[in-house]
Design a protein around this ligand. Structure first.
Ligand code: BMP
Length: 265
């Protein structure tokens, strides 16, 4: 794909998708940080520290024990200051009506603060329609999960193909696809988001490590050059990077057990 992100921005239908392409072009970054943490304080600290370098900040707020409206407000302030887009990786997977309730209400009120969410295609296109109806007039969108990085996942090539077709049918709400391999046939207005990425010492090869729970990581080079990632999603490769943890440990922000844990990877 030879088009620049700026050129592809013009081809995106959804306004958040357009804005994301523009941010990537302006900030010269295609990094999404995956923030799988358990406290609001950690979440906000990582947002402030990574903010200048990322285009997308990916959360799992149902893992955050003290996430409140005030956390969401602070996160939005950091996002505005540092210019990044917020993706709640909720992976909605239910019927249209149910996802609209989960998205629009509940304790997390995701629609009020997350620019983007993720959604499985398993239940059919009404999940997208349900999300869209709950977003009312807010600028919102979703990534559809077309492939997964985890060992033993049940996604087949025909499921992936049908997911791409579903995305192409709803460009007004679907900004892109969560993928592991290049999707040559997808339109240039859709974004390929590739999780399961981290730097290993010297390796540019496919699948070099796992975490003992089925995650498969590949290198950024492999993700972008071979697997066609527009945006690479890096979680523990950043949040648990050894040298960062040593600094945080010295400052008293994390304890020694956390540093030791990463040394075991
Ligand atoms: P890490 O880089 O620490 O393995 O984190 C990966 C992140 O990407 C997690 O938040 C996970 O939920 C998400 N993810 C993934 O790892 N594989 C997928 O196929 C889809 C994901 O959203």
């Amino acid at each position: 794909m030879k088009l620049t992100y700026g050129e592809r921005s013009a081809m995106a239908v959804n306004s958040v998708g357009k804005a994301l392409f523009q941010l990537m072009e302006e900030k010269k970054t295609n990094l999404c940080v995956a923030v799988d943490v358990t406290t609001a304080e950690e979440l906000l600290r990582i947002a402030a520290e990574t903010g200048p370098y990322i285009c997308l900040f990916k959360t799992h707020v149902d893992a955050v024990e003290n996430f409140t409206e005030s956390t969401a407000k602070s996160l939005l302030e950091i996002a505005q200051k540092e210019k990044f887009i917020i993706l709640e990786d909720r992976k909605f997977a239910d019927i249209g009506k149910t996802v609209s309730l989960q998205y629009g209400g509940g304790p997390m009120k995701i629609v009020t603060w997350a620019d983007l969410v993720t959604c499985h295609s398993i239940s059919g296109e009404n999940a997208i329609i349900g999300l869209k109806s709950a977003s009312k007039d807010l600028p919102r969108g979703c990534f559809l999960v077309a492939e997964m990085s985890s060992e033993g996942n049940l996604i087949t090539p025909s499921y992936t193909k049908a997911t791409l077709e579903m995305a192409e049918m709803h460009p007004e709400f679907v900004v892109g696809l969560v993928t592991q391999s290049i999707m040559k046939e997808t339109s240039c207005g859709l974004i390929q988001l590739t999780p399961g990425v981290r730097i290993s010492s010297g390796s540019v090869h496919s699948i070099f490590a796992t975490d003992g729970l089925g995650q498969r990581w590949s290198s950024p080079e492999d993700a972008v050059l071979t697997r066609g990632a527009d945006i690479v999603v890096v979680g523990r490769g950043i949040t648990e990077a050894r040298y960062i943890l040593h600094i945080l440990c010295e400052k008293g922000h994390v304890d020694e057990a956390m540093v030791k844990k990463t040394e075991d990877y």
